[in-house]
Design a protein around this ligand. Structure first.
Ligand code: HEC
Ligand code: HEC
Length: 195
């Protein structure tokens, strides 16, 4: 176990299973987030089995997660549905060199003009990704260019599902695989920080 995070961060699914959903087989198989825990992609459990797995206490051989004390049943069911229907094989988007396998030129057009009928990335983040989006937290510096290059799997997840607690519109169900790859490829050409 190389993952030394404690407190509230340890409750986040991604700390154990990875932003790429692949656990030990993915990006968290090494480095300071290393946990050695299996991924959630391609689980054979049913929705009901997953709800139970997440609700019941004490991590152990049965894999109980103990979220039942804090997260209502209906939300656990939503999380189970995400596991079954929302996860994707991220190797179809990001190669071993952490590069999005997309068309950056087309991605730039989507970034500026929008996709899926929601506000464009550029309208909130600026065309170069360095503008503070509406109601951003103080000192926000996780610019699209920084996240896309630093952690392409986190970028993909947040573009698909939004940023919890903020107004960013999720593209899951609105953008197709090529759109997401292209957006990622373009974002990896953006500056990571303000000059
Ligand atoms: C502190 C570490 C930790 C966190 C946080 C965590 N898990 Fe797990 N999870 C595990 C372990 C360990 C197992 C493996 C149990 C086993 O192998 O039987 C597991 C198993 C699973 C499985 C079953 C995989 C399979 O092959 O069937 C799913 C699905 C899952 N977790 C989803 C989640 C979700 C969703 C969250 C966040 C709400 C989450 N986990 C948070 C440690 C964690
Ligand atoms: C309606 C405004 C809005 C739109 C449209 C929008 N975002 Fe965001 N985005 C935000 C806000 C607000 C945050 C969170 C700011 C904060 O954490 O303080 C955010 C956060 C982010 C983050 C950082 C997440 C993190 O880890 O902190 C990335 C990356 C990002 N957006 C990329 C995109 C991309 C790519 C698009 C287009 C597909 C997009 N955003 C569209 C408002 C928007």
């Amino acid at each position: 176990m190389a993952n030394t995070r404690t407190g509230r961060d340890t409750w986040r699914c991604k700390e154990c299973h990875g932003w790429d959903y692949r656990g030990v087989d993915g990006a968290y198989g090494s480095g300071d987030h290393r946990t050695g825990i299996r991924g959630i992609l391609g689980t054979r459990r049913t929705e009901q089995e997953l709800v139970t797995l997440l609700r019941e206490s004490a991590p152990g051989p049965s894999g109980g997660h103990g979220y039942g004390a804090r997260i209502p049943e209906a939300e656990l069911r939503n999380v189970a549905r995400f596991v079954l229907q929302g996860t994707v094989d991220t190797t179809r988007y990001v190669d071993a060199m952490r590069r999005f396998q997309g068309d950056a030129t087309r991605g730039g057009m989507l970034f500026r003009q929008g996709v899926g009928g929601v506000a464009s990335c550029g309208s909130c983040h600026g065309d170069n990704g360095l503008t503070d989006p509406p109601m951003a937290s103080m000192g926000f510096d996780d610019f699209p260019g920084a996240v896309a290059r630093g952690n392409p799997w986190e970028f993909l997840h947040k573009v698909r599902f939004g940023q919890p607690g903020y107004v960013m519109p999720p593209l899951h169900g609105r953008a197709n695989e090529a759109d997401l790859r292209d957006l990622g490829a373009f974002a990896q050409t953006l500056p990571m920080a303000r000059p």
